[in-house]
Design a protein around this ligand. Structure first.
Ligand code: PEP
Ligand code: MN
Length: 263
């Protein structure tokens, strides 16, 4: 169902603030995790001001260590809903288990399935039944063919609103957190009609490198970006090293607009 041979026309997903696919580009931005009402509202207002069309923020955080901050849960979802009410930005947030899909879908516009769950087939099927668009990240050790097969689990439930995200893969290189596979953009676009986005934040792992990767992804033809930014990145409870502060986010957005004047 993801194949261009089945549907040769690009899939375009639309919200009130913008669209992705078929030449349209959207930027989703916000903190890695929802940490407080104030932190999330501050980020939501400035990402909108600088031109983002969607707000990101995790309420359920899939952390490598069980002792790390796991997210605010339902309270975090309520904060995201308030941010949407104040800004009009649609919200993308992660869901980490099939049992939580209904809860997260009640608050979110887009369900995010993270790299660590990209082959959690029960979760993919539940997201496929949710009625919400799904942003599916590539697992850090997944081939592009495997990513498309994961998308197939969602599509097979009758949900055609799927965004594929390249967020960096594991290689021998240790300077960056992951290695951004820019080739994923043209390769996926030769195979599928689904929108393809880049997550430069998790690939870079360090804020100084995020803008370059974002621009590389868009230059390669990506239909969108999902970027982490935090009002006070040093104090972030997750992914502190890679989140842009407001000034850095504004700078990234001005470079993105220089590359894509139509945005
Ligand atoms: C995130 O978006 O904060 C996240 C956990 O991303 P990934 O699943 O790509 O690691
Ligand atoms: Mn993160």
């Amino acid at each position: 169902l993801a194949s261009l041979e089945i549907s040769p026309k690009p899939t375009v997903l639309r919200w009130d603030t913008g669209a992705t696919g078929g030449g349209e580009v959207m930027i989703a931005a916000g903190p890695c995790g929802v940490e407080s009402l104030e932190q999330t509202l501050t980020a939501a207002h400035y990402v909108k001001k600088h031109g983002a069309q969607m707000l990101r923020g995790g309420a359920f955080k899939p952390r490598t260590s069980p002792y790390s901050f796991q997210g605010m849960g339902q309270e975090g979802l309520e904060i995201l809903a308030e941010a949407r009410r104040q800004t009009g930005l649609p919200v993308v947030t992660e869901v980490v288990s099939p049992e939580q899909v209904d809860l997260v879908a009640a608050y979110a516009d887009v369900l995010q399935i993270g790299a660590r769950n990209a082959q959690n087939f029960a979760l993919l099927q539940a997201a496929g039944q949710s009625g919400r668009a799904v942003l599916l990240k590539r697992g850090m050790s997944m081939t592009l063919e495997e990513l498309l097969m994961s998308a197939e689990y969602i599509l097979a439930q009758g949900n055609m609103r799927v965004i594929l995200v390249e967020r960096g893969i594991r290689t021998f290189e240790k300077s960056t957190r992951f290695t951004l596979d820019v080739s994923a953009v043209p390769v996926l676009k030769s195979l599928t009609h689904l929108p393809v986005w880049i997550d430069p934040s998790h690939a870079a792992g360090k804020r100084d490198w995020v803008t370059a990767l974002a621009l590389a992804g868009l230059a390669a033809g990506a239909d969108g970006l999902i970027v982490e930014t935090h009002p006070d990145p040093e104090k972030a409870q997750s992914d502190a090293a890679q989140q842009l502060n407001e000034a850095q986010f504004a700078d990234m957005m001005s470079r993105v607009k220089a590359l894509l004047p139509a945005l």
